[in-house]
Design a protein around this ligand. Structure first.
Ligand code: CAO
Length: 261
């Protein structure tokens, strides 16, 4: 509906039967055949649809040195003892603040690409590597949440995701997505858009690297690479570059996050 995937669509698709073809027999008795189902089946459909989108990827590096310091100092506060505060909630908040400035990045398109639907809510999907495969549960209404509330919701989704126990409602309504492949490793990944969404970012692993400061002194900086993919039918490179720069500015100076700029 309105280009959005609803709970019923997820359930219908997961439960639908594969094409009425008999299961193929293995070519060799040593081979095994496994039917594609569940989250993997969702991945087949989403990624096949995604391949039809003319997309581009914009890349940059973000200094997370200050963010790391702040995270380290907050992490051990007794008030946050129950929470696991990673980089992610800060990136999620920075994305939402940047979406306020570039609303087309938080839109979807209908199937014929005749209408752009601008979403009021920032429902941020988080790509998760779970026991049952790739899942993208959604943190809803991020524009109205603070860092602690985002962390609570992320922790809840990671906890239930560990066993693949998501509720259908956790999986629908996404308007933008983040894939933190750096939690596993690797400095760069080209992410693929999850239609009907029109943009996604991937984050690489943070690395301490030599860089020059404003006075051309060599310093150690903690760096995360960001790759931002967008649907080029409705988002141009300049918009995605500005969106990413707005996000980068907040991560590099995390105090801006709290000003909701
Ligand atoms: N660089 C360096 N360290 C990172 C990092 C990064 N980009 N991302 C996470 N870490 C660190 C965390 O800070 C944490 O360290 P501490 O224990 O010192 O706090 C540790 O790695 C474990 O983090 P986490 O994975 O528990 O939590 P998270 O909030 O950072 O990430 C999640 C959560 C769900 C995004 C992640 O676990 C995950 O599944 N990532 C894979 C996403 C994926 O598969 N993408 C591909 C999609 S396309 O096929």
């Amino acid at each position: 509906k309105n280009g959005r995937i609803l709970k019923e669509d997820v359930l219908n698709y997961i439960n639908s039967k594969s094409a009425e073809e008999p299961t193929p027999s293995p070519e060799s008795p040593e081979d095994t055949i496994e039917p594609i189902k569940g989250f993997q089946k969702v991945m087949v459909k989403t990624m096949t649809d995604s391949s039809k989108i003319p997309m581009f990827v914009y890349g940059d590096e973000i200094k997370v040195t200050k963010l790391s310091e702040i995270r380290r100092s907050l992490k051990d506060l007794p008030e946050l003892a129950e929470l696991k505060l990673s980089f992610m909630p800060f990136f999620i908040k920075a994305v939402s603040n940047a979406l306020h400035r570039y609303p087309v990045v938080n839109s979807s398109v209908d199937e014929q690409c005749e209408n752009i639907i601008y979403h009021k809510s920032h429902n941020i999907g988080i790509a998760m590597d779970t026991k049952v495969g790739l899942a993208v549960p959604v943190i809803k209404g991020v524009e109205g949440l603070g860092i602690v509330e985002i962390t609570q919701e992320l922790n809840r989704l990671i906890e239930i995701g560990r066993e693949g126990n998501f509720q259908p409602n956790d999986m629908v309504g996404g308007t933008f997505a983040i894939s933190n492949i750096g939690a596993i490793g690797g400095s760069y990944m080209k992410p693929l858009i999850l239609p009907p969404q029109v943009a996604i970012i991937a984050l690489g692993a943070s690395q301490v690297l030599p860089r020059f400061d404003a006075n051309k002194n060599l310093i150690a900086e903690e760096i995360v690479n960001i790759s931002a993919a967008a649907d080029h039918r409705i988002i141009d490179g300049a918009t995605m570059a500005r969106f990413t720069q707005a996000l980068k500015k907040q991560i590099e100076n995390p105090y801006l996050l709290f000003l909701n700029l």
